[in-house]
Design a protein around this ligand. Structure first.
Ligand SMILES: Nc1nc2c(ncn2[C@@H]2O[C@H](COP(=O)(O)OP(=O)(O)O)[C@@H](O)[C@H]2O)c(=O)[nH]1
Ligand SMILES: [Mg+2]
Length: 361
């Protein structure tokens, strides 16, 4: 078994850090409290070291009872420095807290960037006048951007996500953007449920000269896909499904299973104004469709996108587009490192100086 040692100022901090780094599946094996410093040059400082391990994969963490957890926590709070055998000690990967810039941490916190992304971004950034610049550079290079799909998505591009997140509007903007690269595009809408849904997408289609077909059942989708088979890209709009609406989800999944998976991209559309926990919940509802990329909408309605960046990092999804208003087709931009930085809350970053110093996409 692999053991991890995490050191921090207090037990709670060490536990928080361990969870952030290794996930909620960790179990705490032992704890050691000690003090450092106290010499001529440094003050005494209390420290806490915890040794933890990951519950074995066969152990289903979701089935461990509350009782188990409270018992292991009780045990973990009892200092027990010598319980590891020598071999186990040798097998222990030691993580020691490194000094990091408090200014950089404040910037990340004001942007709601959470662990594990927060810890990764801060790792090794030392205090000093350059800290915000180093952080900005790191953010720009850490955030994953879907450059490949920005240039060439697959044949079918399906937009999924909660109702009202901006799927239909963003799909129309994106279809127009791609049609400008000398590509022929078409739109199929599966949203035949909501009143006015077809009229909305058809109005966009008419305004942008993109043909729109409505398909309410599997055979209709097959026919529509056939009619558009000569198109470079076919954008498929869907209805939002609430986590409770199992029937609608089964129906949507049934229709989408008609598409050739190897020729299909699923774009998850998420509003930037959602809290990270709510985004995670929505992501779980749509995870069956295995989205490969994210479009973030309504950046004009929020001051920061740290919540989305933290989510994207946890879900390991790259960013495709940002939308910044209701105007179709104008209010859309391809995601990039510099656009991400521009949409971070007032951080004291001098974007002009920053742009001048490092070249970003
Ligand atoms: N402010 C703002 N509103 C947006 C943006 N994108 C979409 N909307 C609005 O959000 C509402 C829902 O959009 P819609 O595309 O119908 O969402 P859907 O239910 O996911 O298809 C509409 O009023 C859109 O105009 C955006 O980037 N900024
Ligand atoms: Mg819609």
């Amino acid at each position: 078994m692999q053991y991890y040692t995490v050191v921090a100022d207090s037990y709670d901090e060490a536990e928080r850090k361990a969870r952030a780094m290794y996930g909620d599946g960790i179990r705490i094996h032992s704890r050691r409290d000690y003090t450092t410093g106290g010499g001529f040059l440094s003050r005494k400082r209390k420290r806490c070291e915890i040794v933890c391990y990951l519950a074995s994969p066969s152990h289903d963490a979701t089935h461990s009872s509350e009782k188990d957890i409270s018992e292991f926590e009780k045990e973990a709070r009892t200092p027990d420095p010598d319980t590891l055998s020598r071999d186990e000690r040798l097998d222990t990967e030691v993580y020691r807290e490194k000094p990091y810039s408090k200014e950089a941490a404040a910037i990340l916190d004001s942007n709601h960037i959470t662990d594990p992304l927060r810890s990764r971004l801060l790792d090794g950034i030392e205090d000093g006048p350059d800290a915000p610049m180093v952080l900005a550079e790191r953010i720009a290079s850490t955030v994953r951007i879907d450059y490949e799909r920005q240039v060439k998505p697959r044949h079918f591009v399906v937009f999924i996500g909660p109702t009202g997140s901006g799927k239909t509007t963003t799909l129309a903007k994106a279809a127009y953007l791609y049609s400008h690269n000398d590509r022929s595009v078409g739109i199929i809408t599966l949203d035949t449920y909501r009143t006015g849904a077809f009229e909305q997408i058809q109005a966009f289609g008419n305004a942008l000269s993109i043909p729109v077909i409505s398909a309410g059942a599997e055979d209709e989708l097959i026919k529509a896909a056939d009619r558009f088979s000569w198109k470079d890209h076919v954008f498929i709009d869907t209805m939002g499904i609430s986590p409770k609406d199992k029937e609608l989800k089964v129906r949507l999944r049934g229709m989408l299973s008609m598409l050739d998976r190897d020729r299909t991209d699923f774009v998850l559309v998420i509003s930037a104004s959602m809290k990270e926990e709510d985004v995670m919940e929505q992501y779980a509802a749509y995870s069956d469709f295995s989205p490969s990329t994210i479009a973030i909408t309504k950046l004009d309605e929020t001051e920061t996108i740290g919540n989305i960046l933290s989510f994207a990092d946890k879900a390991d999804l790259p960013l495709l587009f940002f939308t910044t208003g209701q105007k179709v087709p104008d209010d859309i931009e391809k995601a990039s490192g510099s656009v991400v930085l521009e949409h971070m809350r007032e951080t004291g970053l001098d974007m002009k100086r920053f742009r001048a110093q490092i070249s970003l996409q």
